[in-house]
Design a protein around this ligand. Structure first.
Ligand code: MF3
Ligand code: CO
Length: 255
């Protein structure tokens, strides 16, 4: 069952999501050569706490850190630690916040110093795929429209979408129904209605879509060791259109 949210509930998710957005903005600026992923995680923790939130990932199914930080061929769920970022890396950072009983969830991939054109294109294509998906969040549309738009955009660049991991509904739980694949057919799946809140999160690989999980039981990597990027927004269907909650400003999508 997909739990629909009231305007008041969406405002609470917006508050948590705004902390997510600000945390990601800060971490993106800190992600310079020489910075360790563990230090970034501590910055995330301290910022979220200062803003009155709780880092939502810590302890989730035993996850040991406040954020997920995944470098280069790491897709998602990288565990922050002593690894230092190097010039030319791309780093995917995923943050979740709980505040007033409601969750916000977001992610972005950042360049570390100067990166290759191929890496830059991968990041831009993934972010564009996310926006193409969000544009399909309209009352009366279908969830498959979102999935299809994400896939079509990513594949138009010659990239592939990860099949094994999906986006999700979000609210009083970090993961609610529906699951949101990043591939699929338009016009299929549940109809999109007012009050849905969705965390849409394309993971796009420069090479093949296949992934493996490392022996730490968390870090997901591309099987062919190609680069991977990840962008995620928490989005509400309000007033017939999508509002991006994990972003500063009004978050109202213009089109
Ligand atoms: N942001 C991830 C998601 O959307 C959650 C990370 S898994 C965790 O599913 F264990 F780190 F929380
Ligand atoms: Co998520």
């Amino acid at each position: 069952m997909i739990k629909l949210k009231t305007k008041q509930e969406i405002d609470k998710i917006r508050e948590s999501s705004l902390i997510v957005a600000e945390t990601l903005e800060m971490l993106g600026k800190l992600a310079e050569p020489g910075m360790s992923t563990g230090e970034l995680d501590r910055w995330a923790h301290d910022f979220i706490i200062t803003r009155g939130g709780i880092p939502a990932f810590k302890g989730y199914r035993g996850y040991p850190a406040n954020s997920c930080i995944s470098v280069n061929e790491e897709v998602v769920h990288g565990i922050p630690g002593p690894r230092r970022l190097s010039e030319g890396d791309i780093v995917s950072i995923d943050v979740g916040v709980l505040k007033n009983g409601y969750f916000g969830d977001g992610a972005a991939t950042f360049p570390v110093g100067e990166v290759s054109d191929a890496a830059q294109t991968l990041m831009e294509a993934t972010q564009l795929a996310l926006m193409k998906g969000i544009e399909k969040v309209v009352a009366g549309g279908f969830l498959g429209d979102v999935s299809h738009a994400v896939q079509e955009c990513a594949e138009s660049f010659g990239f592939s979408v990860v099949r094994d991991l999906v986006g999700h509904g979000i609210g009083t739980q970090m993961h609610e129904e529906p699951q949101i694949p990043n591939f699929g057919a338009a016009g299929t799946g549940p109809m999109l209605v007012e009050g849905m809140v969705l965390a849409i999160e394309p993971m796009v690989n420069a090479g093949g879509w296949e992934v493996d999980t490392l022996s730490d039981n968390w870090t997901v990597v591309t099987r062919d060791k190609s680069l991977s990027a990840h962008f995620e927004h928490t989005v509400a269907l309000l007033g017939g259109r999508a509002q991006v909650l994990t972003q500063a400003g009004s978050g109202i999508l213009r089109r």
